[in-house]
Design a protein around this ligand. Structure first.
Ligand code: SF4
Ligand code: SF4
Length: 454
């Protein structure tokens, strides 16, 4: 990172509306969310919680350090060069720093802003551009594209191609070799438009099936619909919907993220414009709750987006409502076949992004015969972080390594989580370490614990 002389201490963006970077940035101050960066009081309380600071011990790889860098760019004291970009890319956007920050710094929003501006200003090379176009424009928002990608993975696994090429691909190959098998077609069936309430109907909810979830964790979506309907809810799916745009926003594709947010709001509102929207993927939930912020500069959508965000609830929140627990608890049995202790690993975008920590634990504790043990640092990042594990496999596995040690120390035979990226990351970690540990989504645990006649 090359320092420019500090000739000007003005705060160029302080009066600008938050998220004012729309369009093409023409100056350094529009590269970063300077107004938000001013919230930081430099106390340093966030440092030790930050996974990248834990790895390096370096201030520049900490939240406070990154905010310093952003401000230095805005105040023309630092060039936004490759070193600056590297520190922005190294961040997992886990938002652990937000949970401990006494000044309420919205670090996740700042990082999304900076990454998006960097992407617009410093176009990646041709290979990266093509890879991003294919990934973000042709695969993630398209059911056909997702199915084609999963078919490729399935064939690679079945024909042994992945095993053959993995040794040539270093750590990335090792991760690919340990990916769980693509589930059978029966598990990848989409949800019906309506899963009717069992027993007396008490309400209706919408559910997000998501992009990757139906292809790799379709069984989780079905467990969500089964368990919610068992508590008297009509569960409505939105059949043609694919992607909420969370991964796009996370990775600097802000225009695409905004388009997908508008599409999501339109499609869900067309089915029901007032029902709660239940999410079983923490990353999507955290993002969709913030649609109001994302579309704050869009006069046509900003109010609808904010109202939509207010209707978003996590699966654990919905199922742990008193009226749901009243119906759920009598249905739970100890006949679930889950042996040994279980532990809950907080997905970052659930605990830090949405402030949800108690509800999943309370639900696990409600299951008869299930012994839950806390794992050390359950609320620290597992290194999955959206597509971080694909882009930076070494850093991702380095972040996971201490968590695997905590899992061994805790001795749990089942690790429970609620985000597809974390789910996969743990499956890879457990497989590489040859641990005898199952990884399940919370909804799978609840579904297995339902009485057979419910
Ligand atoms: S979001 Fe996570 S990785 Fe990034 S600075 Fe904050 S704590 Fe560190
Ligand atoms: S905890 Fe918040 S205020 Fe303190 S240094 Fe970190 S980001 Fe800044």
């Amino acid at each position: 990172m090359s320092q420019a002389p500090n000739t000007d201490t003005k705060t160029p963006c302080a009066d600008a509306p938050v998220g004012h970077h729309r369009g093409h940035p023409t100056s350094k101050e529009s590269l970063v969310d300077h107004a938000r960066s001013l919230d930081c009081i430099h106390c340093g309380l966030c440092l030790t919680t930050c996974p990248t600071y834990q790895l390096t011990g370096s201030e520049t790889s900490s939240p406070r350090g990154r905010i310093h860098l952003m401000r230095a760019v805005a105040e023309d004291r630092l060039e936004p060069d490759a070193g600056f970009r590297e520190e922005m890319d190294f961040c997992l956007v886990c938002r652990h720093c937000e949970s401990v920050c006494p000044a309420g710094v919205e670090f996740g929003a700042m990082m999304e802003f900076t990454r998006s501006s960097l992407m617009e200003r410093q176009k990646p090379g041709p290979f990266a551009r093509i890879a991003r176009w294919v990934g973000f424009r042709r695969i993630l928002p398209s059911r056909f594209g997702l199915k084609a990608a999963v078919l490729g993975l399935n064939l690679g696994q079945r024909l042994g191609a992945i095993r053959l090429v993995a040794p040539l691909m270093g750590l990335r190959g090792s991760v690919m070799r340990h990916l769980p098998k693509v589930p059978p077609r029966a598990e990848r069936k989409p949800l019906p438009a309506l899963t009717p309430a069992k027993g007396e109907k008490r309400d209706r909810v919408l559910v997000l099936e998501g992009c990757v979830m139906p292809e790799l964790f379709g069984r989780v979506n079905h467990a969500v619909a089964d368990t919610l309907s068992a508590t008297g809810l009509d569960v409505l799916a939105v059949p043609k919907h694919v992607c909420c745009g969370a991964l796009h926003a996370h990775n600097g594709e802000m225009q695409a993220a905004e388009g997908l947010a508008r599409k999501t709001i339109d499609m869900f509102d067309a089915v029901d414009a007032s029902a709660r929207v239940v999410i079983d993927s923490a990353g999507c939930g955290a993002h969709m709750r913030e649609y109001g912020r994302l579309l704050a500069n869009d006069p046509k959508y900003k109010e609808r987006a904010a109202a939509f965000g207010d209707r978003v609830v996590d699966y654990s929140e919905e199922l742990n409502r008193p009226e749901a627990r009243e119906r759920l608890d009598p249905l739970l049995t100890g006949d679930h076949g889950i042996q040994g202790t279980v532990t809950w690993d907080d997905p970052c975008h659930l605990c830090h992004g949405q402030g949800i920590t108690d509800q999943p634990r309370e639900l696990l504790d409600a299951v008869p015969g299930l012994e839950r043990k806390e794992m050390t640092a359950a609320n620290s990042c597992c290194g999955s972080a959206g597509i971080y594990s694909v882009l930076r496999p070494k850093d991702s596995l380095d972040v996971l390594a201490p968590k695997l040690e905590h899992l061994k120390d805790c001795g749990a035979k089942t690790l429970v989580t609620a985000n597809p990226g974390c789910h996969q990351q743990w499956q890879v970690g457990v497989s590489r370490e040859k641990l005898d540990t199952d990884v399940l989504h919370l909804a799978e645990v609840i579904q297995r614990s339902l009485r057979a006649d419910s």
